[in-house]
Structure formats: C-alpha cells, structure tokens
Design a protein around this ligand. Structure first.
Ligand code: MRU
Length: 346
C-alpha cells in the first residue's frame, strides 16, 4: 500500500527483529532478539519506542520467554514465566499498551496445557495485526476531520515506527496526505531524544511526504502566524475522563493551540485507554536520566555542574482536547461519559 512501507517490528525464522531507532536516520539496521531479557532491555533502552510498539514487542517477548521456560521444564513453565512477565512490565512505566499486551498474553498462557509456542505466537501476531488495522481505521476517521488545504503540526513520533505499522497521528497525516487534504506538515524536533527530527522526519521522507521541522519553542509563533490548523499527536495513556498522557511538550502545544484557535486531535487505539484511572493525575510519568538533557548524542552540551529535570511525558487535560480518534469511534470534547460510551462500542 502507498505511504505504508515501514515495519519496525518483524518476526521471522523464530526470531524477533527490531529496527534500532537509536541509530536512525544515519543507520538503518535491525537487531535480533532471542530472549525476554533482551527484549526488556530493548524497550528500556529505546531500541523500540512508542506505546503500541512497546506492547507488541513485549508480546513477542512473552513468546520468546515461553519457548525458553517450556524447554527448561514442561511441568512448571506456567510458574517460571511469571518472572519474565514481571521483568517485561518493569521496562517502561507510562505506556499502558505494555500492560495491556502482557495481560492479554497472560490470559492466553493460563489456558494453554501443552507446548505454548504456537498459540502464543498466534496471539502476539494477532496483537500486531490488529494494531495495524486499527491504525488504518483511525487514519481514515481522523483524515475526514481535516478540511482541505489545512496544515498540521505533530510532536514526537507517533508513526509506523511507534506502532505495528502505519501509525496513529502519522497514520492520519499519511491518509490526509494521500487524499490531498494537506498543504503542509510541521514536526517539533522533540528534545531530548529528537523523535521528531530523527524519526518522524525519516519516516515521512521514506514515504516522500515533505515536512518542516521546528524547535518546540517555535510552536506558539507558528500558530500565531496562522500556519497550522491542527495539532495531531498520539498518546501513551488516556484516562477514563479523556486526559491524555503523551511525550513531554504535548501539554504546551495543547495550551498554545487553544489560545490560538488551533484544533487539537489525539489519535490512539483503545489499547491506549486506561479505564481504571479516573483522571490523568494518576498516570505514572516516567523520568529518565538527566544525562539525556545534558548531552546531545555523545557530546555534553550543558555547563559542567548543571543538573536537569527530565520527565518524558506530560498530561494534557481533556478540556484542551478537541477530538480523540480511536478505532471504535471519534470522541469530540471528551468527557468520562463519552469515553465510556466509545469503549462500549464494539
Ligand atoms: O518516549 P517514546 O518515544 O516512547 O514516546 C512516544 C510517544 O510519546 C508517542 O507519542 C506515543 O507513544 C504514541 S505512539 C503511537
């Protein structure tokens, strides 16, 4: 399919392959994974990142764990695999897709009585394929909301690289581009990991979709000058009332968008919705090493002795969100009631 050429997660020959996102765009290389320990390290170290991609990768990690545990002991692998599930769950805290995928694999494990490999691989592949299908549906639903001739701003990377394929926010942008609705695409560079300038730019250019990068600090001016009509982002976790956790800086964009009359769209599958949390205040926010802020690549850029604060996600309150697009429907001006009705809609 046009505009859909990238797959960051691949299962081939009994092995998991992950596109090493730390090396993009300079080097395009896939690494091989054979154990749950390796997979958990890959998630923590950002070889693979983005909420749905983390969940899918963890599901394949469970397949690798089951193969190892069953080979060690066909009698008590149900017991020993629990350590692997816990290790995978501890890799990153914010994206609910990780815990959602592990819970789904765990449910499957409980029902297996013989060699678990084929059944668990089938489940992991289903999680992967369902994610791509959801992205395509959200792409169409989101693109339909964008008036012809609009320009959009996105943040971080919520694309094929961050999902099973096609992407959430970038799925909408791909689709809208293919329908010739867009006059321009802007992307924040997204300090400190530069998911915007490294990953979103690489991904869109692979599909020959042109874009302009900006530093986060330029977003308000971009909006003030009327250069964008929509901000379109993904999410790591959405609470039951429609509050949205996403890459740090998303909240600033939402505040700025409201001030300037720019519309704010969140695109996320229902595997990102956490109905157990009443509000975004309860979403655990990952803090990473201060070295990520003090350095750029391998180079220290901050004055020696400076400390740093590095929360890597923030929460945008539902009242600043114009629309949440999921594969089960579109929620405008989200509230707890509207979110519940959408989740019930299968
Ligand atoms: O730290 P990252 O790169 O894993 O953060 C990713 C994001 O914040 C994405 O916007 C989010 O996971 C949605 S991906 C479809």
């Amino acid at each position: 399919m046009k505009y859909d050429t990238i797959r960051a997660i691949q299962w081939q020959d009994h092995t998991l392959f992950l596109l090493d996102q730390r090396k993009l765009p300079a080097v395009v290389t896939y690494l091989e994974y054979h154990s749950a320990q390796q997979v958990s390290d890959a998630i923590r170290d950002m070889v693979v990142r983005g909420a749905p991609a983390i969940g899918i990768t963890a599901a394949y990690g469970v397949v690798l764990a089951a193969r190892e545990r069953y080979a060690q002991s066909a009698d008590n692998w149900h017991e020993t695999i629990k350590t692997d599930l816990q290790m995978l769950a501890a890799s990153r805290p914010t994206a609910i897709n990780l815990f959602w995928a592990l819970a789904r694999m765990e449910k499957c494990i409980a029902a297996i009585e013989s060699d678990p490999f084929d059944r668990l691989l089938q489940e992991a592949k289903a999680i992967h394929e369902e994610d791509i299908a959801a992205n395509r549906m959200m792409g169409e639903a989101g693109a339909a909301l964008i008036e012809k001739g609009s320009a959009v701003l996105t943040h971080c990377n919520a694309g094929a690289l961050a999902t099973g394929g096609f992407g959430t926010a970038l799925g909408v942008i791909r689709q809208a581009w293919s329908e010739k609705r867009l006059s321009g695409v802007y992307a924040d560079e997204t300090r400190p990991w530069l998911q915007g300038s490294r990953l979103t730019a690489w991904e869109l250019l692979q599909e020959k979709i042109p874009l302009s990068l900006l530093v986060e600090g330029a977003a308000a001016s971009l909006m003030k000058q009327g250069k964008v009509q929509w901000v379109i982002v993904g999410s790591d976790r959405i609470s039951a009332n429609g509050d949205v956790a996403n890459k740090i800086g998303t909240y600033s964009l939402a505040v700025n968008a409201r001030h300037h009359g720019v519309k704010f769209m969140v695109v996320a599958p229902t595997s990102t919705v956490d109905m157990s949390l009443d509000s975004g205040d309860a979403i655990p926010i990952e803090t990473r090493s201060e070295m990520e802020v003090l350095t750029l690549g391998d180079r220290v850029i901050a004055a020696e002795g400076a400390g740093a604060w590095n929360p890597v996600f923030d929460v945008t309150p539902a009242e600043l969100v114009d629309v949440i697009v999921t594969e089960r429907g579109v929620v405008s001006q989200p509230t707890a009631e509207k979110m519940l009705a959408m989740m019930k809609n299968h």
